[in-house]
Design a protein around this ligand. Structure first.
Ligand code: ZN
Length: 332
């Protein structure tokens, strides 16, 4: 899913559409139309967490915690399923994608194609992109390799129309349906670019992916790297739509319990990506050290970003953001 400009300060400035959406979402939280639910850590099952922040992007109230047993950062309590469904249906595009969808130009960034080894691409017949947006990744594959069938799972109705116009088969509008039942061992390449961090249950989704991946197939999975946040934490990195925040230690545990082996895993700037294949399910080795590394990193960043020096450097933008949230229309 496309992100806004990679600049924590710039994200304080909401456009009119975002501001209206924010007021509506705030109201739904205040009037209990959006309900919160508590979960235990989906990776290790522990309920023992360390509290990190109660603020996130667009000044929406969220609860960021770290699991003390395995080091997974996640939202808890978080909005329940119906609240998220309502948010994605009514507000997600307003906050994140309005200009992106209107702009119907193909993004020719072939980063994903370059990262997948040639032997997987050459013999691939069927490719699935989960959370495909308007299908840029898939179309890039078709432009580079002949005789490839393209499949997508995509929620946005606007994006679905563009996918259909480009002869991409939509197999479901959500990962939460039973789409996997009709596609056992079907896909040679599955792409999950910046979607796993949005899901309610990443274990369940990866189990479906494992079932539908072919014997020698490969899964490409990329997420924001929580060991290298590239935006200000409270203003942008932490956000209601990111229910989970992964790192390389958590990824290893996640792939062990869902039955994947890692072919390649790299950290590049603020992104973590992995190429994995089907494997047997393994029992992960949880380490308190992974929790400590993640906790120290986030707490040091929060301290730095709330310091007086940081405020002096950025006072104009901070004041501007506050006035906007209050419904005033300042000019910077
Ligand atoms: Zn855990």
């Amino acid at each position: 899913m496309k992100q806004l400009k990679n600049n924590g300060i710039a994200r304080l400035k909401l456009n009119k559409v975002q501001l209206k959406a924010k007021h509506e979402v705030d109201n739904k939280i205040a009037t209990n139309q959006y309900k919160f639910e508590e979960i235990c850590c989906p990776i290790c099952g522990s309920e023992n967490t360390h509290y990190i922040s109660n603020k996130g992007q667009f000044y929406l109230p969220i609860n960021v915690v770290i699991c003390k047993q395995c080091g997974l950062t996640y939202l808890n309590p978080r909005w329940n399923k119906n609240s998220y469904l309502n948010f994605y249906a009514q507000y997600y595009d307003k906050f994140y994608r309005a200009s992106h969808i209107e702009n119907n130009i193909l993004n020719v960034d072939n980063k994903i194609i370059k990262r997948i080894p040639l032997n997987y691409k050459e013999c691939a017949k069927n490719i699935l992109d989960i959370g495909s947006g308007k299908g840029d990744n898939l179309i890039n594959f078709r432009n580079s390799f002949n005789k490839i069938n393209l499949f997508a799972i995509e929620t946005s109705v606007q994006c679905q129309k563009i996918l259909q116009n480009n002869n991409i088969q939509i197999i479901s509008n959500s990962v939460d349906t039973n789409w996997e039942e009709n596609y056992t061992n079907k896909f040679d390449i599955i792409i999950m670019r910046h979607v796993l961090e949005h899901f309610m249950n990443p274990i369940s989704v990866l189990s479906k992916v494992r079932k539908t991946l072919s014997g020698n197939g490969i899964l490409y999975i990329a997420v924001p790297n929580n060991l290298n946040p590239t935006q200000k934490l409270k203003q942008s990195w932490f956000r209601a739509v990111h229910t989970f925040y992964f790192n390389k230690f958590v990824f290893k545990n996640l792939f062990d319990i869902t039955g994947f082996s890692i072919i390649d895993m790299k950290e590049e700037k603020g992104e973590l990506y992995a190429l994995v294949q089907k494997n047997i399910i393994n029992i992960p080795q949880f380490s308190n050290e992974h929790y400590i590394i993640q906790k120290n990193l986030l707490e040091n960043l929060l301290k730095e970003q709330s310091s007086l020096i940081y405020f002096i450097k950025n006072w104009k933008q901070i004041l501007f953001g506050i006035l906007q949230i209050l419904g005033l229309k300042p000019k910077l």
